[in-house]
Design a protein around this ligand. Sequence first.
Ligand code: GDP
Length: 483
Amino acid sequence: NLATSEGEILGYLYSKGIKPDGVQTLDKNMVKMVCREYEVEVIEADPIKVEDMAKKKEILDEEDFDKLQNRPPVITIMGHVDHGKTTLLDFIRKSRVAASEAGGITQGIGAYQVLVPVDGKSQACVFLDTPGHEAFGAMRARGARVTDIAVIVVAADDGIRPQTNEAIAHAKAAGVPIIIAINKIDKDGANPERVMQELSSIGLMPEDWGGDIPMVQISALKGENIDDVLETIMLVAELQELKANPDRDAKGTVIEAGLDKKKGVVATFIMQNGTLRKGDVVVCGEAFGKVRALFDYSGKQVNDAGPSIPVQVIGLSGVPLAGDEFEVVGSIDIAREKAELRAELLRNERISVKAGDGKITLSSLASAVSSRKLPGLDLHQLNIIMKVDVQGSIEAVRQALEVLPQDNVTLKFLLEAPGDVSSSDVDLAFASKAIIFGFNVKVPSSVKSSANNKGVEIRLYRVIYDLIDDVRNAMEGLLEPVE
Ligand code: GDP
């Protein structure tokens, strides 16, 4: 509690150029700022987020709770093209995987694990091998939550670029903690400080500056400070309290699948709970089968794989999709039955999405507001993805929207970036129940059809006032359906 009046704090915030509207909750950085000004200590609440709780609840069953053990963190590396994601992944793999095993890695299985010393003990850490937010978003759009921590690479000679913003938006929307790797510090023209300033201006305050985002300055090419990245990952993982019960039947998510000339159908599973064993019967999306063989990331046959550990599975009836869930069941008959049921469910889902059920559009928002009925957890909050022609339009559009009265509906900007609408935007919108607004941009036809299939609304505008009018009317429940 502060021994200061509300008015005084508001005054202070105004003096800093922040205009709270009275009911708005202050974000963490604002609170920290106020506390610094009034010299009070900040005590942070339990950092576990609602999404984490849901995630834990879904994957862990009641019976698991007294058998939980730590599991390795699963990491996705994201960031703008050419900022060094692949170089970083390669360096970690080469420097951390024992030479004898590395020799076996001819073809990756979509993920690999390394050992990191923590307090004198070696602990495992798993990296997904497809860098980028496209894969992350696509998996999330399918309901999968595999990644525990996102490492976002930003080149120190280039700074925040469009895909950096997209990567941050995806990680934030998924509630996944972010670590920033400021890369290419060996280059002439590298300016890590400037990158940190840019990041703090979009709300990612470096730990070194009193914020809560760990940032490590690295050279992926020269292998400089990569150990710091790994240590930071393990520290963040520890705070996450990642746990699973290795002593039960496995369930988890497919991260990659395909047809191999020699092996037939191959699928890489990441266990989210339990241990998968050779001979287990699994159902996996619309496919099923008996696990005939398991290969680890180095191509070596193994007999089992525990929580977080990626393995390639042979023996499925068909090729599942990345993001499909799998689970071990009692018999092949049960597996077949469940697979058929899932196929049917999926068909129905596709139909209901086409029929507009539960789909978030500006007119569904308007009718929900006008009937004072706000179903769905996010409907009183309109999640917005804004794609604009040039960087300079972002502020203009955002400011024009932010001044609209937000009594019935609050606006939340998940992503604002220049560029045409992409399929990754559609995935983000689908997974986060958002609407995409395009201002003077195009939508490629493949993206259009993906949006149609997923029931994601894309609204395009050429005149800023038309956009503002539509949003205002929807927020007040007045928008006439135009379809
Ligand atoms: P990605 O598109 O994010 O996967 O980027 P890449 O890993 O393919 O790297 C793009 C280019 O940047 C390549 O030519 C790399 O050699 C180079 N690169 C990556 N990391 C560094 C670094 O730390 N220092 C320098 N000088 N170049 C780097």
